[in-house]
Design a protein around this ligand. Structure first.
Ligand code: FAD
Length: 434
């Protein structure tokens, strides 16, 4: 597809693999997580010039399992004519055969076997190792010629009516038409936008999580079945606890996450070493298979789940600095939408900038928030509803209606096309801000 060509539809979605005409808008992006990278890639697609600054001195394969819903897969699929989703699928779980088996925590019986939805190549769900998927997106941004400056920690943000800028710890200052603060849960940009420091609250839960090779699993006849026949996904649901176990890359990698009650102090950290004895304590009285899996785990991460009330705003006073992704709205993992909503943010913001043009950047940025705010809040809520549905399971009801315990797959979340939606509502929304 040649650059500049768009779909022949009433609204002008940029065609797969294409680029919109140059807008002359410059964007500084802080943070090269999925949110920042996607924002920069989408800015490039929509004709703007984006440059990314990231505090990490080098890219490392960090984290463990991360999920993108079909609404995220739809965004990735528009990059490089589907080449990026092809690469991502190669390292993602394939549950087309296995589906999702949901067990009662103590007896281990399978109370529901949820089939996988039919595959849709244009909007695949992608679940895999965060670091591996991140590397693919990072490399794609570089291949587009997007500059990513590593080892640059933002320490202050500033703006006036005409421009916005960032000062880094090394003293360098940069300016642009706008700045995207996609600097994650510990965002500094958030403090500038709000005018105060917004402290997180404990959610009352934490997650133990792990990723490891299948070597010991294969050697034990009780656990070999999870690794010997391709990818698998099993969940054990108990009172106030759930344990999700997957095998990935044809059963060679194993991963589990266990959400449990934890009222300890608030650590807004993705990585905190966990102790085996703490995990086994939570699993007392559980299906011995869960214990057999956990005992083969070399390293455990203890991730405290923090909560934030929705921020009053994601946009600075002059409308030239916008929060995006986790900096604006951290999610509970049970929504499985945190990263995908960061992608939708980037898509929406890039479309708004294209449609409003260089003369109207603040109106574009305010329209971005207007379009995203309520949807994000509603999706965030699903993290709580799914967790509560599992943690307060009524087993008699589940026996009669096994579907009542299945992982929700909601069309209003999954079938959403962020780019099309942004194009459709732009005229109506921007009027409020021009
Ligand atoms: C190292 C790491 C591991 C993670 N592991 C998992 C996981 O295993 N599973 C999961 O579901 N989610 C994980 N997450 C969270 C997940 O990636 C995000 O929830 C989601 O992708 C939204 O992305 P984001 O870009 O908004 O935020 P993030 O992914 O948090 O990205 C923010 C980026 O901003 C950078 N940054 C922060 N402050 C500054 C600053 N002052 N100046 C410059 N750069 C800055 C950070 O280094 C980071 O790269 C992890 C996040 C990180 C950073």
């Amino acid at each position: 597809m040649s650059p500049g060509r768009t779909d022949e539809t009433a609204i002008s979605i940029v065609a797969d693999g294409a680029i919109a005409p140059k807008s002359g808008i410059s964007v500084v992006v802080i943070g090269a997580g999925f949110g920042g990278l996607t924002a920069a890639i989408e800015c490039h697609r929509q004709g703007h010039t984006a440059i990314i600054y990231e505090s990490f001195p080098s890219l490392k394969i960090l984290g463990d399992i991360i999920s993108f819903g079909p609404n995220g897969g739809r965004i990735f699929h528009r990059w490089a004519d589907g080449e990026i989703t092809k690469k991502m699928r190669e390292v993602s779980i394939d549950l087309s055969e296995y589906g999702f088996k949901i067990h009662k925590y103590d007896t281990g019986e399978v109370v529901s076997h949820q089939k996988s939805p039919p595959k849709d190549e244009t909007s695949p769900a992608l679940n895999g190792h965060r670091g591996e998927l991140h590397q693919i997106v990072f490399d794609y941004a570089l291949s587009l010629g997007i500059e990513i400056k590593l080892g640059k920690r933002a320490k202050a943000y500033f703006e006036d009516d005409d421009k916005a800028g960032v000062e880094f710890e090394d003293g360098e200052k940069v300016t642009a038409d706008m700045v995207i603060g996609s600097d994650g849960v510990r965002s500094i940009a958030r403090t500038l936008v709000l005018g105060y420091e917004d402290k997180p609250k404990s959610s009352g839960y934490a997650i133990f999580r792990a990723w490891f090779s299948n070597k010991d699993m294969i050697a034990d006849p009780r656990t070999a079945e999870f690794c010997a026949n391709g990818d698998t996904f099993n969940g054990w649901i108990g009172p106030d606890v759930h344990f999700l176990f997957s095998t990935i890359k044809n059963g060679t990698d194993c991963c589990w996450v266990m959400t449990h009650r934890d009222d300890h102090d608030i650590q807004e950290s993705w990585s905190f070493p966990g102790k085996m004895e703490d995990v086994l304590k939570v699993l007392e009285g559980w299906d011995p298979i869960c214990i057999a899996i956990v005992e083969k785990t070399p390293n455990i991460v203890d991730w405290k789940l923090v909560y934030r009330d929705p921020l009053p705003t994601w946009v600075s006073t002059h409308g030239r600095i916008a929060l995006l992704g986790d900096a604006a709205h951290p999610f509970l993992p049970t929504s499985a939408q945190g990263a995908t909503q960061a992608l939708e943010d980037g898509v929406t913001l890039a479309v708004m900038l294209k449609r409003a043009g260089k003369e109207n950047v603040p109106a574009a940025v305010r329209s971005y928030q207007d379009i995203r705010y309520d949807r994000v809040k509603a999706v965030q809520k699903t993290g709580e509803t799914t967790r509560d549905m599992w943690h307060k399971a009524d087993w008699d009801k589940v026996k009669k209606d096994p579907k009542s315990i299945e992982l929700p797959r909601e069309d209003w979340i999954f079938k959403f096309d962020a780019e099309r939606h942004a194009e459709e509502v732009y005229d109506e929304v921007v009027k409020k801000f021009l």
